[in-house]
Design a protein around this ligand. Structure first.
Ligand code: ADP
Ligand code: MG
Length: 373
């Protein structure tokens, strides 16, 4: 929640603030499909970035992050320039997009807090964007629908922060609904809610706390390879592509294409499995997805494989790496009473890699909204 004691200390008069929160997200399945016009199946999680806000009757924005314990300040006429503090560029990027879209807003005091781990694959970046956007638009009377909010968040991250990301994270942080996953077509932005009836199962995030330095280079290379596939086969989109057509591609590109096409199929099958309450089938699809990410898309690493192999070995029904790869987290589908494997896994992992794992239990939650504290 919001640390109101700290808020009082930093800005004073906490009672004058309004409070907002936006969730992180986890993607059940559909990995490396979002920038290929594909399908994804995320849900918003019960971990948030919180934003307290008030107008300050000046021409300045003052912004404080409790996470970084840092303050920044800039004038309303200085929104074009990036801040030297990296984290400030997420909220500032939101103001930049709003301003460039012709919206007007006043000087504000903004206080950020969170219980969402950074860089763990839960998209704290989309959460900060959507929390700030909900807060700023509401107090300034700017009316935006959820789709516009998702697009503004993505634009801020793409064009102001300078991170090339798809729309899934922001879309989920805006549209999330407790008890529901979102089946999203990233090409058309058509979506439908899929009830998360997991019965005795729940999702667990296992963060390897590893980030290999090749991650961003390899990510850009995968995106290039996907463009190359379409160019070679003279297609506008992966959605026009059939598996029988990829045989003429060089072997590496064949593998990449096969992952994307089969992963889209797995998303469709996962939606069906969830709707049928067939959680074991969903688990099997998660393992299949991991295998494909490891062998065809080649974005896994020793640490991620170690965790997934362990889960398989213990008869956990499903798990896979999530996110860009070369480190980061594993999502596991676990029976509630099975959680006692955590200590054993952590110990074996520590022995092999000298790194501590982090475990996060996650439940679904609503998208960005105003709250009372
Ligand atoms: P993630 O996978 O968590 O989205 P990113 O690297 O995309 O990882 O985004 C993380 C960045 O978002 C942080 O480095 C920071 O700049 C910003 N951020 C996230 N949470 C906060 C917060 N509570 N306060 C300030 N900045 C934050
Ligand atoms: Mg991010």
């Amino acid at each position: 929640m919001i640390d109101t004691v700290k808020l009082n200390e930093v800005f004073g008069d906490a009672k004058k603030f309004r409070f907002f929160r936006a969730p992180g997200r986890v993607n059940i399945i559909g990995e490396h499909t979002d920038y290929n016009d594909g399908f994804v199946l995320p849900f918003a999680v019960d971990k948030f970035v919180f934003c307290a806000i008030r107008k300050n009757k000046s021409k300045k924005v003052r912004i404080f992050s409790a996470l970084f314990d840092e303050m920044d300040e800039f004038g309303l006429d200085d929104i074009e320039n990036k801040s030297e503090k990296f984290w400030v560029n997420y909220p500032k990027g939101i103001l930049w997009v709003l301003k460039n879209s012709g919206y007007e807003f006043d000087g504000m005091d903004i206080f950020l807090d969170s219980n969402l781990p950074v860089g763990a694959g839960l998209s704290s970046s989309a959460a900060i964007e959507l929390a700030v956007l909900s807060a700023v638009s509401t107090v300034n009377g700017i009316k935006l629908d959820k789709e516009s909010m998702a697009k503004i968040g993505q634009k801020a991250e793409n064009e102001f922060v300078g991170v090339r990301c798809g729309i899934m994270d922001q879309f989920t942080s805006a549209f999330g609904k407790k008890g529901q996953a979102i089946f999203l077509d990233t090409m058309t932005l058509k979506y439908k809610y899929v009830p998360l009836n997991l019965g005795e199962y729940s999702f667990l995030i296992i963060d390897t706390n590893v980030k290999h330095s090749l991650a961003s280079g390899e990510y850009n290379l995968r995106r290039k390879q996907c463009e190359e596939i379409l160019k070679t086969l003279n297609k506008k989109s992966f959605r026009e592509l059939k598996i029988s057509e990829i045989e003429i591609l060089p072997e590496v590109l064949q593998k990449r294409a096969k992952h994307v096409l089969m992963e889209n199929e797995r998303v469709l099958k996962s939606v069906e499995a969830l709707e049928n309450g067939d959680i074991e089938e969903l688990g099997r699809l998660l393992y299949e997805s991991h295998q494909s990410l490891k062998e065809l898309y080649e974005v896994s690493c020793e640490e991620l494989d170690f965790v997934v192999d362990y889960l398989k070995d213990k008869d956990i029904i499903g798990g896979r790496m999530v996110g860009g790869g070369f480190g980061g987290s594993v999502i596991a589908l676990v029976k509630r009473e099975e959680k006692n494997f955590e200590e054993d896994l952590a110990e074996k992992f520590r022995k092999k890699f000298s790194i501590d794992l982090t475990f996060e239990e996650i439940e679904s939650e609503d998208g960005a909204k105003e709250i009372t504290v």
